[in-house]
Design a protein around this ligand. Structure first.
Ligand SMILES: Nc1ncnc2c1ncn2[C@@H]1O[C@H](COP(=O)(O)OP(=O)(O)O)[C@@H](O)[C@H]1O
Ligand SMILES: O=C(O)C1=C[C@@H](OP(=O)(O)O)[C@@H](O)[C@H](O)C1
Ligand SMILES: [Mg+2]
Length: 172
């Protein structure tokens, strides 16, 4: 019943890396955001717009617990905010959990998110200038929670394959 949990700021590559890791080590991958969307049959954008962020954070906590309690071996890709609410960071240290923080610099995050913000309600409306400042402050606020992970992998300047191999080495 092992759970491999990937965490880190929006755009650090949780969903992309988890997908590739899943193929490599043949453990199924579930993306927490997608599970949430399926549960309420709404997109992340619509959940934020129709019900607000607090409702999203409640759902996020519930679905994270459900996945951790499932009987299967799983790779779980969290949302960027998951460890920062509802004491979810405490769940990163469980006995059957291997948690990995994918650590990216502000520059890496900005470069990836600049072209990929429309499905991320926290940044969708920001200009490039606003986004740089937002990422810098927000990452600083969230780092305490991200640093609760059992392992850390720096993703800057690494290919998807390199980051996956770093995680495989941690799991060995
Ligand atoms: N080396 C890399 N590792 C991971 N993602 C990368 C890399 N290079 C570019 N990307 C891109 O960065 C984006 C990361 O987004 P995503 O996987 O959704 O991150 P998250 O789930 O952490 O928000 C994707 O569009 C992905 O194609
Ligand atoms: O950082 C956040 O608070 C969020 C990150 C998103 O996930 P990704 O990190 O996969 O983009 C998604 O859960 C939601 O938009 C909120
Ligand atoms: Mg994601």
């Amino acid at each position: 019943m092992k759970k491999i949990v990937l965490l880190g700021y929006m755009g650090c590559g949780k969903s992309t890396i988890a997908n590739k890791l899943s193929k490599n080590i043949e453990i199924p991958f579930v993306d927490l955001d997608i599970k949430i969307e399926e549960k309420v049959n709404l997109s992340i954008n619509d959940i934020f717009e129709k019900h607000g962020e607090i409702y999203f954070r409640k759902l996020e906590h519930e679905v994270f617990i459900e996945l951790l309690n499932s009987p299967d071996n799983l790779i779980i890709g969290l949302g960027g905010g998951t460890p920062c609410y509802a004491n979810n960071h405490e769940l990163l240290k469980g006995d059957n959990v291997v948690s990995v923080y994918l650590k990216a610099s502000i520059e890496t995050l900005f470069n990836r998110l600049a072209h990929n913000k429309s499905k991320r309600p926290l940044i969708a409306d920001k200009s490039d200038e606003e986004m740089k400042e937002f990422i810098a402050k927000h990452l600083f606020d969230r780092s305490f929670y991200y640093n609760q992970a059992q392992h850390k992998v720096i993703v800057d300047d690494k290919t998807i394959e390199q980051t996956v191999m770093d995680i495989v080495a941690i799991l060995a």
